[in-house]
Design a protein around this ligand. Sequence first.
Ligand SMILES: [Fe+2]
Length: 243
Amino acid sequence: MLDIHCHILPDFDDGSSSMEESVEMARMALLSGVTDIACTPHFEGRPGFLEHTDTIARRFDAFSQALAQAQIPVRLHRGAEVLCLPETPLLASEHKLPTLGSGSYALVEFFFDESYAYMDQMLSEIASSGYRLVVAHPERYGAIQRDPHLLKRWARQGFALQLNKGSVLGAFGPRAEQTAGAILEMGLAHLFATDAHSCHSRTPHIGALREWIEECCDEDYAQILLQRNPRRILAGQRLVGED
Ligand SMILES: [Fe+2]
């Protein structure tokens, strides 16, 4: 399985607090069946945040070396989780947004209380600069919780909808859990990720998620959610069903 949303880089944001914890998170992920992890620290989508790009790259290289030394054979991929701000479309137009793996997918998130109209406008503007988009945890946004059917438009536009492990397991409360269920029932979810932040809570262990998905989805859809679409996103390929 592949995890394309994970705050595993050490000591950068509210994710892993040390190199030791990052290595432990990778070990935990591997033991649960994860083969690939995209390192996705929070990245504020504004010009002033670009100064952190070098730091992220250095942390990625150091973490790769630490995993090699610890002989943990998890493949790491570069990435970030871009917080969409009013300046983000400008950064996109200058092709300065970080992407996932080797392709042109950007993982994007919003403040939880943004309006649907704002999010919709931002996604369209960013996509018009040539990025493909993965929308992080739509089930956690208030506007989507009030009306999950709004996601049909984003799915039609080719935006990949990524649900969080913690949402279906109840970690973010009943509204996120119910919304994630509704999105799955409509067949609108494209993939899952852990959105892990540590090895104590919000962990990268994927075992309980896999069991949950295998119980509630057929085998084909489970494969698409945990393997086929995440793999395609990291390679910059079209989602399952688009080709
Ligand atoms: Fe995240």
